[in-house]
Design a protein around this ligand. Structure first.
Ligand code: DC
Length: 491
């Protein structure tokens, strides 16, 4: 049974799961994702979405149209000019391509043989991922696939990486085939599944990987019912832990001493002056002991982001150069800022930051390391992953938009908005470290943080469309910031 980090998981009840939950299930072929995803959808009254069916539908259409499945551009054109619809009913999913029901045809052996090639093209994945995100963004879904937790829904309510040994998966496929009247030997199945495992974990675009915040569940020795129960429990862990979070504003404000009160008064004044809007953080204090990871587009970001914390003892990692400017340096130290040298690895800053997190304080960082072009968050540097591995501190991703084009009383050109994402907890870290080296784990954490920024940005653009100003400035800044990145970090 999986090991869940809640004090009394026997008492987790299904009503803890919010109705707009997104459950992401990833795992290798034959791990039982589909059966469990359907069972969870039924249990929690959510919509079941099989993303593999989408790649299969495109493959079928390509085969019918005699399109070469290695031609990415032709496949992209086909996908962009066709309509794909998924309908759920009686547990099975209905797949319609240009209005035609292809639910059965997409399971043909011809499709089986070509679908992995089709799904390996970056252009195809971009289209499918956008479609999947649009289907799931309003919530209330269970989505299964290979990259749902890592790419499609970085902020999912629950992520599950379901796996089983090769032997267990071969046994299950063998029995399934027998029931369907297909005769495939154990040896052939072993060879096929091992080949598919290798292909999906090694491919360049969206490889099958454990997201560091996923619950990793090995179902090898479990019956289907046990597997479903373990996964259902995993879905309830984050909602249960969220209930335990201390975000009470009144208590947090009572604890704030004079120096912080002064700093918050200035920061609040600034955010009001610029007409800043808060999303998912208004009227709350940030939970304790978290890494508060924000994207960075302007020198105004630290005070504006800081104004949303309302909590005593938020250490901030700030570039060492700033501490040499009088009286800025003294002021920064007064409110717990830690100077960090940006070139190479600054062990002193890292140790101070880790100790502070382990003591239950918060840490604000801008993990991109320097300002980035607006509209293009990331890449996130590996320092975040090193910090996470040393402390296991949960992370709240924060997205700031509009601090670059800010205007007194608000800007039409670029609305000033700060949104906090959900608390990300590193459930999968230990399992990941068993098979993956620390550097690669840091890269995965960085990649997840970048995806979280991208998702928060997409939600912001859903609320207020990206403006022409933002598009133009972002494109101009791209080159300039790439050069700065090189200058600052030497990479
Ligand atoms: O789960 P399935 O066998 O129906 O998936 C069909 C193919 O699509 C399989 O080759 C894996 C691929 N796939 C993917 O690359 N990404 C997803 N999110 C889902 C499926």
């Amino acid at each position: 049974m999986a090991n869940f980090p809640v004090a009394s998981w026997e008492h987790l009840t299904d009503d803890l799961l919010p109705s707009d939950a997104v459950i992401a299930i990833d795992g290798p072929a034959g791990s039982g994702k589909s059966s469990t995803a359907k069972a969870l959808a039924k249990r929690f009254n959510l919509l079941y979405i099989d993303t593999g069916a989408m790649y299969r539908a495109l493959t079928l259409a390509a085969l019918k149209g005699e399109i070469d499945c290695s031609e990415e551009n032709l496949l992209v054109e086909l996908a962009s000019s066709s309509s794909l619809e998924l309908k759920t009913g009686r547990g099975e999913i209905g797949v319609f391509w240009n209005g035609e029901d292809v639910s059965l045809a997409i399971r043909n052996p011809e499709v089986d043989a070509m679908v992995s090639l089709v799904a390996s093209h970056g252009g195809v994945r971009n289209i499918m991922v956008k479609y999947q995100q649009a289907l799931g963004r309003r919530g209330g879904v269970v989505m299964e696939g290979r990259d749902i937790g890592s790419v499609v829904f970085p902020l999912a309510t629950a992520k599950i990486f379901l796996h089983a040994t090769l032997e267990a998966r071969v046994d299950r496929r063998f029995k399934q085939n027998q029931q369907r009247g297909h005769q495939v030997s154990h040896e052939e199945l072993t060879e096929e599944l091992a080949r598919r495992d290798k292909k999906y974990s090694e491919r360049a675009t969206s490889p099958l990987v454990i997201s560091p915040d996923a619950h990793v569940i090995d179902s090898s020795g479990m019956s289907l019912d046990q597997q479903n129960d373990a996964c259902a429990l995993a879905c309830l862990v984050n909602p249960a832990l969220d209930l335990e979070l201390d975000t009470d504003l009144e208590t947090a404000l009572r604890e704030i001493p004079g120096n912080y009160r002064f700093a918050y008064a200035i920061m609040n004044g600034l955010s009001r002056f610029f007409g800043m809007k808060e999303v998912n953080c208004q009227g709350k204090a940030v939970p304790r002991g978290c890494i508060l990871a924000s994207n960075h587009v302007s020198l105004w970001d630290p005070p504006l982001v800081g104004s949303t914390f309302r909590r005593f003892r938020v250490h901030t990692l700030a570039k060492a150069e700033l501490f040499r400017i009088w009286p800025l340096g003294a002021l920064f130290r007064w409110v717990d800022s830690i100077p960090i040298k940006r070139k190479g690895f600054d062990g002193t800053a890292f140790n101070l930051a880790s100790e502070s997190l382990l003591a239950g304080n918060n840490l604000l960082i801008f993990p991109e390391g320097t300002r980035r072009a607006i509209g293009f968050p990331g890449p996130v540097r590996n320092g975040l992953g090193i910090l996470v591995q040393a402390t296991r501190a949960p992370m709240v991703p924060i997205f700031i938009r509009g601090s670059y084009g800010r205007c007194p009383m608000g800007s039409q050109l670029s609305p000033l908005e700060i949104s906090h994402g959900p608390v990300i907890r590193w459930h999968g870290l230990d399992a990941l470290l068993e098979t993956t080296d620390r550097k690669e784990v840091s890269r995965r954490i960085a990649r997840l943080c970048q995806s979280a920024f991208e998702e928060l940005q997409a939600r912001s653009f859903d609320r207020i469309s990206q403006t022409d100003f933002e598009k133009k400035v972002g494109c101009k800044q791209l080159k300039k910031f790439a050069l700065r990145q090189k200058k600052v970090f030497g990479t």
